[in-house]
Design a binder for this molecule. Structure first.
Ligand code: FAD
Length: 474
């Protein structure tokens, strides 16, 4: 007899909205073992699992889901870790609704299996059990690799190569490792203890981490190439875009990068224990509609703002942020001003922001991205009050490495040009991947790029893998 369909996901237990807007603790509390097994039991165990193809690192999703059903949590986390070194992070921040869950067969008529929540459950179960497993490390192979940047791309390359017996050193510009996971994504969505745990795991593989080391300043890529057999550049996309409108240099106007870094990395949210200046607005406006905008808006609320507006030039349907985070922001009372474009920032005589002039928009024909283009409505100017504004409209790579590495091919948006499949750049011995190549993207896509680059780098130094006996090409 066919298994009865269970149409709805088990909801994620969360802190209540009125409570959580007053603290920086994690919002989502995670499944209990009982909830995880109930949710896992919804899986249809498809013979041809689309979910695996929807995962950029091809995790054996049906395999780990079955382990949860069987109560074999240690077997489940082992299966995930065969393909993903950061399960606690990915279970929390991956846009599953655009990837594995989007193609889940159950999701065609009902709600998809909550794959991300199950991944997070197993990672947290492992951490709580205190028995973090570590795969075997190959004996030293005599080759040295430098990894620039300690975000998800750099961490993936470094750990994959360390397991293959490389001597790996990681160079990070900031005083803490983790990239955007540390300085960008707020504590209430990704607790820093989890990122630190993942970084410690990577260090336990024998990787040497150099902090406060700016490649391009402390030493150039060419300096490093003299000491290492190869280099991977995973320097991310940390250069913020601005709106290029009058008034952006007023006090109280931030890039999301600066706003979130002051709050997360520099612990602005723990004032006065940490004396990091950060505007505590009473009416904040956030420009943009992605994850960065949601994080900035929810941070402003937690810093005490009475009113926070997300000002977005398209409609709710086009918001690029993860659905879960949009819903969290709505529940917390963030006000969404759709079809609205800021055109001028206005300040008082002391140079502080007081008002924002905006235009109303309507949606026209689809543009290159396939989304309907926002078109200004003539004569629709209006003003809104605000004493802080955060610009979260995008980022591109910092130009430092491009400027100090002769012969490295650079794209129109300042990105390093690298082969999509291998991560090879125009320079011999140099690989690159993650946001520094694609522009701002996702954690899992950066990790996927890191994995492909590690494989290519290894093949380039040691030749392609030898097929097992009996499987040689005839
Ligand atoms: P990064 O994480 O940016 O790491 C690059 C590292 O390189 C940084 O630590 C940087 O300091 C270092 N570096 C830079 N230049 C140098 C140099 N010259 N020398 C030495 N070190 C250097 N993605 C999701 O999937 N889900 C989300 O929910 C999500 N939310 C996000 C929220 C925010 C606020 C932001 C900013 C991004 C978010 N993203 C999200 C995107 C995701 O975090 C990035 O796509 C991902 O971190 C890219 O990884 P990376 O390793 O390429 O770069």
């Amino acid at each position: 007899m066919a298994k009865p369909i269970d149409p709805k996901k088990r909801p994620m237990p969360k802190q209540a909205p009125f409570e959580r807007v007053r603290n920086f603790d994690e919002v989502a509390l995670g499944y209990t073992p009982g909830l995880a097994r109930e949710e896992a039991s919804r899986c249809l165990a498809c013979k041809n699992p689309h979910c695996v193809r929807g995962c950029p690192v091809a995790i054996d999703i049906p395999g780990f889901v079955q382990c949860i059903i069987d109560g074999d949590f240690s077997g489940g986390i082992k299966k995930i870790k065969e393909r993903n070194a950061l399960p606690a992070v990915c279970g929390r921040v991956c846009p599953q609704e655009e990837q594995c869950e989007k193609v889940c067969v159950l999701g065609k008529k009902h709600e998809a299996v909550a794959i991300g929540r199950l991944e997070r459950f197993l990672a947290d179960w492992e951490a709580a059990s205190g028995a973090i497993g570590r795969p075997d490390i190959a004996p030293p192979n005599g080759k040295r690799v430098a990894v620039v940047g300690s975000g998800p791309a750099g961490i993936t390359v470094a750990s994959d190569l360390a397991l293959l017996g490389y001597d790996v050193e990681m160079f990070e510009a900031l005083h803490e490792a983790g990239g955007v996971l540390t300085y960008g994504i707020p504590e209430f969505r990704l607790p820093k203890a989890i990122v630190r745990r993942e970084v410690e795991y990577v260090k336990s593989l024998g990787i040497k981490l150099h902090l406060d080391f700016i490649v391009g300043k402390t030493r150039t890529v060419d300096d490093l190439l003299r000491d290492f057999d190869a280099i991977f550049i995973g320097a991310g996309a940390g250069l913020p875009w601005f709106m290029e409108i009058p008034g952006e240099n007023l006090n109280g106007v931030y890039s999301a990068n600066e706003y979130l870094t002051r709050c997360n990395l520099m612990k602005g949210f723990r004032f006065p224990a940490y004396n990091t200046p950060l505007k505590r607005a009473s009416r904040a406006a956030i420009f943009g509609g992605g994850n960065v905008a949601m994080d900035s808006a929810r941070t402003a609320l937690r810093l005490g703002a009475d009113e926070v507006h997300v000002v977005y030039r398209r409609s709710r349907d086009e918001l690029p942020a993860r659905l879960e985070e949009i819903e969290n922001a709505e529940e917390e009372g963030v006000i969404f001003d759709y079809l609205t474009l800021p055109i001028r920032l206005i300040g008082d005589e002391s140079g502080w922001l007081t008002e924002i002039e905006c235009l109303r928009m309507e949606l026209g024909e689809p543009d290159q991205s396939g989304r309907r283009r926002p078109v200004p409505i003539e004569g629709s100017e209006f003003r809104m009050k605000a004493d802080a504004a955060v610009c979260a409209i995008g980022n591109s790579p910092n130009p430092l490495i491009a400027m100090t590495t002769p012969g490295l091919a650079i794209g129109k948006k300042g990105n390093i040009v690298a082969d999509e499949e291998t991560g090879k750049t125009s320079r011999e011995g140099l690989w690159a991947g993650g946001d520094v190549v694609t522009g701002a993207a996702t954690v899992i896509s950066a990790m996927g790029a890191g994995r492909r680059a590690a494989r290519s780098l290894h093949e380039s130094l040691f030749g392609p893998p030898v097929p097992p006996p009996g499987e040689e090409e005839k």
